[in-house]
Write a protein that binds this ligand. Structure first.
Ligand SMILES: Nc1nc2c(c(=O)[nH]1)N[C@H]1C(S)=C(S)[C@@H](COP(=O)(O)OP(=O)(O)OC[C@H]3O[C@@H](n4cnc5c(N)ncnc54)[C@H](O)[C@@H]3O)O[C@H]1N2
Ligand code: MOO
Length: 412
Protein backbone atom coordinates (compact mmCIF):
# COMPACT_ATOMS: atom_id res chain seq x y z
CA UNK A 1 0.00 0.00 0.00
CA UNK A 2 2.55 2.53 -1.19
CA UNK A 3 0.52 5.72 -1.61
CA UNK A 4 -2.55 7.21 0.06
CA UNK A 5 -4.69 9.06 -2.45
CA UNK A 6 -7.65 11.39 -2.30
CA UNK A 7 -11.14 9.90 -2.75
CA UNK A 8 -11.94 12.07 -5.77
CA UNK A 9 -8.70 11.05 -7.47
CA UNK A 10 -9.50 7.37 -7.05
CA UNK A 11 -13.06 8.01 -8.24
CA UNK A 12 -11.71 9.67 -11.36
CA UNK A 13 -9.22 6.84 -11.97
CA UNK A 14 -11.98 4.24 -11.65
CA UNK A 15 -14.27 6.24 -13.95
CA UNK A 16 -11.48 6.45 -16.54
CA UNK A 17 -10.72 2.73 -16.29
CA UNK A 18 -14.40 1.91 -16.75
CA UNK A 19 -15.19 4.49 -19.46
CA UNK A 20 -15.33 1.69 -22.05
CA UNK A 21 -18.39 0.22 -20.31
CA UNK A 22 -20.49 3.11 -21.63
CA UNK A 23 -20.14 1.71 -25.14
CA UNK A 24 -23.13 -0.60 -24.77
CA UNK A 25 -24.30 -3.18 -27.27
CA UNK A 26 -28.05 -3.42 -27.79
CA UNK A 27 -30.56 -6.25 -27.90
CA UNK A 28 -34.25 -6.72 -28.68
CA UNK A 29 -36.65 -7.68 -25.92
CA UNK A 30 -40.31 -8.60 -25.84
CA UNK A 31 -42.63 -6.10 -24.22
CA UNK A 32 -44.49 -9.06 -22.73
CA UNK A 33 -41.61 -10.39 -20.67
CA UNK A 34 -38.32 -8.57 -20.52
CA UNK A 35 -38.84 -4.89 -21.26
CA UNK A 36 -39.69 -3.62 -17.79
CA UNK A 37 -36.84 -1.63 -16.21
CA UNK A 38 -34.67 -1.85 -19.34
CA UNK A 39 -33.26 1.27 -21.01
CA UNK A 40 -34.37 2.11 -24.55
CA UNK A 41 -31.49 2.28 -27.01
CA UNK A 42 -33.26 4.31 -29.72
CA UNK A 43 -36.27 6.57 -30.15
CA UNK A 44 -39.42 4.55 -30.86
CA UNK A 45 -41.43 5.92 -33.77
CA UNK A 46 -45.15 5.23 -34.25
CA UNK A 47 -45.69 3.22 -37.43
CA UNK A 48 -49.25 4.57 -37.75
CA UNK A 49 -51.70 6.97 -36.11
CA UNK A 50 -53.42 6.54 -32.76
CA UNK A 51 -56.35 6.24 -32.56
CA UNK A 52 -56.15 4.06 -35.66
CA UNK A 53 -59.70 5.07 -36.74
CA UNK A 54 -62.45 7.51 -35.73
CA UNK A 55 -64.11 6.03 -32.70
CA UNK A 56 -66.58 6.87 -29.98
CA UNK A 57 -65.49 8.25 -26.62
CA UNK A 58 -68.83 7.33 -25.02
CA UNK A 59 -71.52 4.69 -24.90
CA UNK A 60 -74.43 6.43 -26.64
CA UNK A 61 -75.76 7.29 -30.07
CA UNK A 62 -73.78 8.46 -33.08
CA UNK A 63 -75.64 11.27 -34.87
CA UNK A 64 -75.19 14.21 -37.18
CA UNK A 65 -74.85 17.19 -34.82
CA UNK A 66 -77.09 19.21 -37.19
CA UNK A 67 -79.93 16.70 -36.63
CA UNK A 68 -80.01 17.35 -32.87
CA UNK A 69 -79.20 21.07 -32.95
CA UNK A 70 -82.54 21.95 -31.36
CA UNK A 71 -82.48 19.24 -28.65
CA UNK A 72 -82.86 20.46 -25.07
CA UNK A 73 -84.15 19.07 -21.74
CA UNK A 74 -87.95 19.07 -22.08
CA UNK A 75 -87.71 19.46 -25.86
CA UNK A 76 -86.04 16.28 -27.10
CA UNK A 77 -85.38 15.37 -30.72
CA UNK A 78 -86.50 11.86 -31.65
CA UNK A 79 -84.45 9.89 -34.18
CA UNK A 80 -84.95 6.37 -35.53
CA UNK A 81 -82.11 4.02 -34.54
CA UNK A 82 -80.76 2.45 -37.71
CA UNK A 83 -78.20 0.09 -36.20
CA UNK A 84 -75.81 -0.90 -33.47
CA UNK A 85 -72.00 -0.58 -33.45
CA UNK A 86 -69.85 -2.32 -30.87
CA UNK A 87 -66.09 -2.12 -30.32
CA UNK A 88 -65.62 -5.20 -32.47
CA UNK A 89 -64.08 -6.13 -35.81
CA UNK A 90 -65.79 -4.64 -38.83
CA UNK A 91 -66.80 -1.37 -40.45
CA UNK A 92 -70.21 0.18 -39.83
CA UNK A 93 -72.47 1.29 -42.67
CA UNK A 94 -72.63 5.06 -43.25
CA UNK A 95 -75.18 6.99 -41.17
CA UNK A 96 -78.21 8.21 -43.11
CA UNK A 97 -79.23 11.81 -42.34
CA UNK A 98 -82.01 12.02 -39.74
CA UNK A 99 -81.07 8.72 -38.06
CA UNK A 100 -78.90 7.57 -35.16
CA UNK A 101 -76.94 4.39 -34.43
CA UNK A 102 -76.37 2.96 -31.02
CA UNK A 103 -72.62 3.01 -30.40
CA UNK A 104 -70.25 1.76 -27.70
CA UNK A 105 -67.03 3.33 -26.44
CA UNK A 106 -64.20 2.53 -28.84
CA UNK A 107 -66.50 1.47 -31.70
CA UNK A 108 -65.87 2.98 -35.15
CA UNK A 109 -68.00 6.09 -35.77
CA UNK A 110 -69.91 5.61 -39.05
CA UNK A 111 -69.20 7.95 -41.95
CA UNK A 112 -71.81 10.68 -41.90
CA UNK A 113 -71.95 10.85 -38.09
CA UNK A 114 -70.00 13.68 -36.47
CA UNK A 115 -71.04 13.59 -32.80
CA UNK A 116 -71.90 11.07 -30.10
CA UNK A 117 -74.72 11.68 -27.61
CA UNK A 118 -73.91 9.93 -24.31
CA UNK A 119 -76.68 7.52 -23.32
CA UNK A 120 -77.30 9.54 -20.15
CA UNK A 121 -78.57 12.42 -22.34
CA UNK A 122 -81.23 10.22 -23.95
CA UNK A 123 -84.41 8.48 -22.86
CA UNK A 124 -82.40 5.20 -22.64
CA UNK A 125 -80.41 6.64 -19.65
CA UNK A 126 -78.13 3.59 -19.52
CA UNK A 127 -77.44 0.50 -21.62
CA UNK A 128 -76.79 -1.65 -18.56
CA UNK A 129 -79.04 -4.65 -18.79
CA UNK A 130 -80.19 -3.73 -22.30
CA UNK A 131 -78.18 -6.64 -23.73
CA UNK A 132 -78.77 -7.20 -27.41
CA UNK A 133 -82.22 -5.62 -27.41
CA UNK A 134 -82.20 -3.42 -30.49
CA UNK A 135 -83.34 0.16 -29.92
CA UNK A 136 -85.83 1.38 -32.53
CA UNK A 137 -85.83 5.06 -31.62
CA UNK A 138 -84.04 7.46 -29.32
CA UNK A 139 -85.05 10.77 -27.72
CA UNK A 140 -82.05 13.08 -27.54
CA UNK A 141 -82.42 15.65 -24.77
CA UNK A 142 -79.21 17.59 -25.23
CA UNK A 143 -77.47 18.99 -28.31
CA UNK A 144 -73.80 18.28 -28.99
CA UNK A 145 -71.47 20.18 -31.30
CA UNK A 146 -69.85 18.45 -34.26
CA UNK A 147 -66.80 16.54 -33.03
CA UNK A 148 -68.01 16.04 -29.47
CA UNK A 149 -67.13 12.59 -28.08
CA UNK A 150 -65.55 11.58 -31.39
CA UNK A 151 -61.88 10.52 -31.14
CA UNK A 152 -60.15 11.42 -34.41
CA UNK A 153 -57.43 9.25 -35.92
CA UNK A 154 -53.96 10.60 -35.06
CA UNK A 155 -55.28 12.86 -32.29
CA UNK A 156 -53.00 11.04 -29.79
CA UNK A 157 -50.08 10.06 -32.04
CA UNK A 158 -49.44 10.79 -35.72
CA UNK A 159 -47.61 8.26 -37.87
CA UNK A 160 -43.90 9.00 -37.52
CA UNK A 161 -44.19 10.66 -34.09
CA UNK A 162 -41.61 9.70 -31.47
CA UNK A 163 -43.64 7.94 -28.77
CA UNK A 164 -40.73 6.88 -26.55
CA UNK A 165 -37.35 8.57 -26.31
CA UNK A 166 -33.97 6.80 -26.29
CA UNK A 167 -32.80 6.54 -22.69
CA UNK A 168 -36.28 5.93 -21.27
CA UNK A 169 -36.25 3.45 -18.40
CA UNK A 170 -39.19 1.31 -19.40
CA UNK A 171 -42.08 1.46 -16.95
CA UNK A 172 -45.59 0.03 -17.38
CA UNK A 173 -46.90 3.21 -19.05
CA UNK A 174 -44.16 3.02 -21.67
CA UNK A 175 -45.02 -0.61 -22.37
CA UNK A 176 -48.64 0.50 -22.84
CA UNK A 177 -47.70 3.11 -25.46
CA UNK A 178 -45.54 0.63 -27.39
CA UNK A 179 -48.24 -2.03 -27.26
CA UNK A 180 -50.96 0.42 -28.38
CA UNK A 181 -48.79 1.28 -31.40
CA UNK A 182 -48.47 -2.40 -32.29
CA UNK A 183 -44.80 -2.59 -31.28
CA UNK A 184 -44.10 -5.87 -29.51
CA UNK A 185 -40.30 -5.75 -29.41
CA UNK A 186 -38.05 -2.94 -28.21
CA UNK A 187 -34.33 -2.38 -28.64
CA UNK A 188 -32.64 -1.86 -25.28
CA UNK A 189 -29.11 -1.52 -23.91
CA UNK A 190 -27.38 -4.71 -22.85
CA UNK A 191 -26.57 -4.26 -19.14
CA UNK A 192 -22.98 -4.26 -17.97
CA UNK A 193 -22.08 -7.81 -16.95
CA UNK A 194 -20.20 -7.95 -13.66
CA UNK A 195 -18.41 -10.90 -12.06
CA UNK A 196 -18.82 -10.66 -8.29
CA UNK A 197 -16.03 -12.57 -6.57
CA UNK A 198 -15.89 -13.00 -2.79
CA UNK A 199 -12.53 -14.10 -1.45
CA UNK A 200 -11.87 -15.66 1.93
CA UNK A 201 -11.46 -19.21 3.28
CA UNK A 202 -13.68 -18.19 6.19
CA UNK A 203 -16.74 -17.70 3.97
CA UNK A 204 -19.75 -19.97 3.63
CA UNK A 205 -22.88 -19.08 1.67
CA UNK A 206 -25.78 -17.59 3.66
CA UNK A 207 -27.66 -20.89 3.35
CA UNK A 208 -24.63 -22.92 4.53
CA UNK A 209 -23.53 -24.06 7.96
CA UNK A 210 -20.47 -22.13 9.26
CA UNK A 211 -17.86 -24.17 11.15
CA UNK A 212 -15.51 -22.72 13.78
CA UNK A 213 -13.90 -19.51 12.49
CA UNK A 214 -16.28 -19.27 9.55
CA UNK A 215 -18.82 -16.58 8.67
CA UNK A 216 -21.61 -16.16 6.16
CA UNK A 217 -20.68 -14.34 2.95
CA UNK A 218 -22.40 -10.94 3.09
CA UNK A 219 -20.48 -9.22 0.29
CA UNK A 220 -21.32 -11.59 -2.55
CA UNK A 221 -25.09 -11.19 -2.16
CA UNK A 222 -24.79 -7.48 -1.25
CA UNK A 223 -22.67 -6.52 -4.24
CA UNK A 224 -24.73 -8.68 -6.58
CA UNK A 225 -27.82 -6.82 -5.43
CA UNK A 226 -26.01 -3.47 -5.74
CA UNK A 227 -24.95 -4.30 -9.31
CA UNK A 228 -28.53 -5.11 -10.26
CA UNK A 229 -29.90 -2.04 -8.51
CA UNK A 230 -27.49 0.08 -10.58
CA UNK A 231 -28.78 -1.46 -13.82
CA UNK A 232 -26.04 -4.06 -14.23
CA UNK A 233 -26.23 -7.84 -14.54
CA UNK A 234 -24.34 -10.39 -12.47
CA UNK A 235 -22.58 -12.47 -15.11
CA UNK A 236 -20.77 -14.70 -12.62
CA UNK A 237 -20.80 -15.24 -8.84
CA UNK A 238 -17.77 -16.88 -7.32
CA UNK A 239 -16.46 -17.46 -3.83
CA UNK A 240 -12.82 -18.46 -3.70
CA UNK A 241 -10.62 -19.51 -0.77
CA UNK A 242 -7.46 -17.70 0.28
CA UNK A 243 -5.19 -19.44 -2.19
CA UNK A 244 -3.60 -17.18 -4.81
CA UNK A 245 -3.53 -19.92 -7.46
CA UNK A 246 -7.24 -20.64 -7.07
CA UNK A 247 -8.02 -16.93 -6.95
CA UNK A 248 -6.07 -16.35 -10.16
CA UNK A 249 -7.87 -19.15 -11.99
CA UNK A 250 -11.24 -17.80 -10.79
CA UNK A 251 -10.42 -14.24 -11.79
CA UNK A 252 -9.21 -15.25 -15.25
CA UNK A 253 -12.46 -17.11 -15.79
CA UNK A 254 -14.39 -14.08 -14.57
CA UNK A 255 -12.43 -11.79 -16.89
CA UNK A 256 -13.18 -13.99 -19.88
CA UNK A 257 -16.92 -14.03 -19.16
CA UNK A 258 -17.76 -10.52 -17.96
CA UNK A 259 -17.27 -6.81 -18.74
CA UNK A 260 -15.99 -6.07 -15.22
CA UNK A 261 -14.54 -8.15 -12.38
CA UNK A 262 -15.37 -7.02 -8.85
CA UNK A 263 -13.62 -8.67 -5.90
CA UNK A 264 -13.91 -8.25 -2.15
CA UNK A 265 -11.32 -9.03 0.49
CA UNK A 266 -7.64 -9.79 0.38
CA UNK A 267 -6.38 -6.28 -0.29
CA UNK A 268 -5.03 -5.04 3.06
CA UNK A 269 -1.86 -5.66 5.10
CA UNK A 270 -2.45 -9.23 6.30
CA UNK A 271 -0.40 -12.34 5.66
CA UNK A 272 -2.99 -13.78 3.25
CA UNK A 273 -3.87 -10.91 0.91
CA UNK A 274 -4.74 -13.19 -1.96
CA UNK A 275 -6.21 -10.67 -4.37
CA UNK A 276 -3.05 -8.58 -4.19
CA UNK A 277 -0.94 -11.70 -4.63
CA UNK A 278 -3.03 -13.02 -7.50
CA UNK A 279 -3.08 -9.74 -9.42
CA UNK A 280 0.45 -8.39 -9.72
CA UNK A 281 -0.64 -6.31 -12.73
CA UNK A 282 -3.21 -4.36 -10.68
CA UNK A 283 -2.59 -1.13 -8.73
CA UNK A 284 -3.33 -1.37 -5.01
CA UNK A 285 -3.48 1.80 -3.00
CA UNK A 286 -4.83 3.29 0.18
CA UNK A 287 -7.60 5.82 -0.37
CA UNK A 288 -8.02 8.51 2.28
CA UNK A 289 -11.44 7.37 3.42
CA UNK A 290 -13.01 5.25 6.11
CA UNK A 291 -14.53 2.79 5.52
CA UNK A 292 -13.18 1.58 2.20
CA UNK A 293 -9.52 2.58 2.52
CA UNK A 294 -7.71 -0.27 0.75
CA UNK A 295 -8.59 -0.35 -2.96
CA UNK A 296 -7.31 -2.01 -6.13
CA UNK A 297 -7.96 -1.18 -9.76
CA UNK A 298 -6.55 -2.30 -13.09
CA UNK A 299 -7.04 -5.05 -15.65
CA UNK A 300 -6.78 -8.80 -15.81
CA UNK A 301 -6.47 -10.25 -19.31
CA UNK A 302 -7.72 -6.93 -20.68
CA UNK A 303 -10.88 -6.83 -18.54
CA UNK A 304 -11.23 -4.08 -15.91
CA UNK A 305 -11.08 -5.23 -12.31
CA UNK A 306 -11.93 -3.41 -9.10
CA UNK A 307 -10.81 -4.85 -5.79
CA UNK A 308 -12.85 -3.72 -2.79
CA UNK A 309 -11.95 -4.41 0.83
CA UNK A 310 -13.55 -7.35 2.61
CA UNK A 311 -15.21 -5.65 5.56
CA UNK A 312 -18.89 -5.69 4.57
CA UNK A 313 -19.59 -2.00 5.19
CA UNK A 314 -16.34 -1.09 3.42
CA UNK A 315 -17.38 -3.14 0.39
CA UNK A 316 -20.84 -1.54 0.23
CA UNK A 317 -19.53 1.99 0.75
CA UNK A 318 -16.87 1.38 -1.92
CA UNK A 319 -19.61 0.41 -4.33
CA UNK A 320 -21.60 3.57 -3.62
CA UNK A 321 -18.61 5.90 -3.85
CA UNK A 322 -16.67 4.38 -6.74
CA UNK A 323 -18.89 2.17 -8.86
CA UNK A 324 -22.60 2.96 -8.51
CA UNK A 325 -22.69 6.02 -10.76
CA UNK A 326 -20.27 4.56 -13.31
CA UNK A 327 -22.53 1.53 -13.71
CA UNK A 328 -25.68 3.64 -13.79
CA UNK A 329 -24.31 5.98 -16.46
CA UNK A 330 -22.99 3.10 -18.56
CA UNK A 331 -26.41 1.48 -18.43
CA UNK A 332 -28.20 4.70 -19.36
CA UNK A 333 -29.47 5.55 -15.87
CA UNK A 334 -28.98 8.96 -14.24
CA UNK A 335 -26.39 9.15 -11.46
CA UNK A 336 -27.55 9.45 -7.86
CA UNK A 337 -26.86 13.07 -6.94
CA UNK A 338 -25.18 13.96 -3.68
CA UNK A 339 -27.29 16.26 -1.52
CA UNK A 340 -26.24 19.09 0.82
CA UNK A 341 -27.70 18.32 4.26
CA UNK A 342 -27.54 19.58 7.83
CA UNK A 343 -26.13 17.31 10.55
CA UNK A 344 -28.35 16.53 13.52
CA UNK A 345 -25.55 15.11 15.68
CA UNK A 346 -22.00 15.96 16.71
CA UNK A 347 -19.42 13.66 15.07
CA UNK A 348 -15.74 12.92 15.51
CA UNK A 349 -13.69 11.79 12.56
CA UNK A 350 -10.11 10.61 11.89
CA UNK A 351 -7.72 13.33 10.71
CA UNK A 352 -6.80 13.23 7.03
CA UNK A 353 -9.52 10.79 5.95
CA UNK A 354 -12.98 11.36 4.57
CA UNK A 355 -15.36 9.44 6.76
CA UNK A 356 -18.60 8.05 5.38
CA UNK A 357 -20.87 7.59 8.36
CA UNK A 358 -24.13 5.73 8.18
CA UNK A 359 -27.11 8.05 8.54
CA UNK A 360 -30.83 8.46 8.22
CA UNK A 361 -32.75 11.30 6.68
CA UNK A 362 -34.67 13.32 9.23
CA UNK A 363 -38.02 14.17 7.74
CA UNK A 364 -39.40 17.50 8.87
CA UNK A 365 -40.64 20.67 7.28
CA UNK A 366 -37.22 22.40 7.31
CA UNK A 367 -35.92 24.07 4.19
CA UNK A 368 -32.75 21.95 4.01
CA UNK A 369 -32.60 18.15 4.31
CA UNK A 370 -31.26 16.90 7.64
CA UNK A 371 -29.37 13.73 8.51
CA UNK A 372 -28.80 11.88 11.78
CA UNK A 373 -26.02 9.39 12.49
CA UNK A 374 -26.96 5.69 12.79
CA UNK A 375 -24.64 3.35 14.72
CA UNK A 376 -20.87 3.53 14.91
CA UNK A 377 -18.20 3.97 12.25
CA UNK A 378 -16.94 0.32 12.34
CA UNK A 379 -16.65 -1.37 8.95
CA UNK A 380 -18.16 -4.62 10.25
CA UNK A 381 -21.46 -3.08 11.48
CA UNK A 382 -23.85 -4.51 8.91
CA UNK A 383 -26.97 -3.87 10.97
CA UNK A 384 -26.26 -0.13 11.23
CA UNK A 385 -25.69 -0.11 7.49
CA UNK A 386 -29.04 -1.83 7.02
CA UNK A 387 -30.71 0.80 9.20
CA UNK A 388 -29.20 3.63 7.13
CA UNK A 389 -30.65 5.30 4.07
CA UNK A 390 -27.84 7.79 3.48
CA UNK A 391 -24.06 8.08 3.89
CA UNK A 392 -22.85 11.20 5.69
CA UNK A 393 -19.67 12.53 4.11
CA UNK A 394 -17.39 14.07 6.75
CA UNK A 395 -14.58 16.02 5.04
CA UNK A 396 -10.99 14.83 5.44
CA UNK A 397 -10.00 18.11 7.13
CA UNK A 398 -12.65 17.80 9.88
CA UNK A 399 -11.90 15.98 13.11
CA UNK A 400 -15.14 17.15 14.75
CA UNK A 401 -18.41 18.52 13.43
CA UNK A 402 -21.12 20.11 15.55
CA UNK A 403 -24.88 19.70 15.08
CA UNK A 404 -26.01 22.14 12.39
CA UNK A 405 -22.89 21.66 10.25
CA UNK A 406 -23.54 21.28 6.53
CA UNK A 407 -22.29 18.07 4.92
CA UNK A 408 -22.61 16.21 1.65
CA UNK A 409 -24.92 13.18 1.82
CA UNK A 410 -24.98 10.16 -0.50
CA UNK A 411 -28.49 8.71 -0.77
CA UNK A 412 -28.45 4.90 -0.53
N1 LIG B 1 -2.60 -3.85 9.79
C1 LIG B 1 -3.64 -3.42 9.10
N2 LIG B 1 -4.76 -4.15 9.10
C2 LIG B 1 -5.81 -3.72 8.43
C3 LIG B 1 -5.76 -2.51 7.72
C4 LIG B 1 -4.56 -1.78 7.72
O1 LIG B 1 -4.42 -0.74 7.11
N3 LIG B 1 -3.53 -2.29 8.41
N4 LIG B 1 -6.86 -2.08 7.07
C5 LIG B 1 -8.14 -2.49 7.61
C6 LIG B 1 -9.17 -2.07 6.78
S1 LIG B 1 -9.51 -0.44 6.83
C7 LIG B 1 -9.89 -2.92 6.04
S2 LIG B 1 -11.22 -2.35 5.16
C8 LIG B 1 -9.62 -4.34 5.99
C9 LIG B 1 -9.54 -4.80 4.56
O2 LIG B 1 -9.23 -6.12 4.57
P1 LIG B 1 -9.22 -7.05 3.30
O3 LIG B 1 -9.79 -6.36 2.15
O4 LIG B 1 -7.88 -7.59 3.15
O5 LIG B 1 -10.30 -8.11 3.66
P2 LIG B 1 -10.17 -9.42 4.52
O6 LIG B 1 -8.99 -9.34 5.40
O7 LIG B 1 -10.31 -10.54 3.62
O8 LIG B 1 -11.47 -9.26 5.39
C10 LIG B 1 -11.69 -8.19 6.25
C11 LIG B 1 -12.88 -8.52 7.14
O9 LIG B 1 -14.04 -8.65 6.34
C12 LIG B 1 -14.60 -9.95 6.46
N5 LIG B 1 -15.09 -10.38 5.16
C13 LIG B 1 -14.33 -10.58 4.07
N6 LIG B 1 -15.10 -10.96 3.05
C14 LIG B 1 -16.35 -11.01 3.51
C15 LIG B 1 -17.59 -11.33 2.92
N7 LIG B 1 -17.66 -11.70 1.64
N8 LIG B 1 -18.70 -11.26 3.67
C16 LIG B 1 -18.62 -10.89 4.97
N9 LIG B 1 -17.47 -10.55 5.58
C17 LIG B 1 -16.35 -10.62 4.87
C18 LIG B 1 -13.46 -10.79 6.94
O10 LIG B 1 -13.89 -11.96 7.55
C19 LIG B 1 -12.75 -9.83 7.86
O11 LIG B 1 -13.40 -9.74 9.09
O12 LIG B 1 -8.38 -4.63 6.60
C20 LIG B 1 -8.19 -4.00 7.85
N10 LIG B 1 -6.98 -4.46 8.42
O1 MOO C 1 -10.96 1.30 5.20
MO1 MOO C 1 -11.64 -0.11 6.17
O2 MOO C 1 -12.79 -0.16 5.00
O3 MOO C 1 -12.24 1.08 7.28
O4 MOO C 1 -12.54 -1.16 7.37
Amino acid sequence: MSERVDVELHRADVAELLAELADRPTEEVSIHRDALGRVLAHDVVAPGPLPRFRNSQMDGFAVRAADVASAAPGAPVTLPVAGDVAAAPGEPAPLEPGTAVRIMTGAPVPDGADAVIPVEDTDHVTFNGAGDTPATKVEVARRRAAGEFVREPGSDVAAGDVVLRAGTVLAPHHVAAAAACGIARLTVLVPVSVAVVSTGSELVPPDGEPGPGQIWDANGPALSAAVRAAGGRVGLRLTVPDDPETVRVGLERAAALCDLVLTTGGVSQGAYEVVKDALPEVTFRSVAMQPGGPQGFGRIAGTPVLAFPGNPVSAQVSFVVFLRDVLRRAGGLPPVERVRAVLDDAVVSPAGKRQLLRGRWVHDAGAQPRVAVVGGPGSHLVASMAAADVLIDVPAAATTLEPGAEVAAWPL
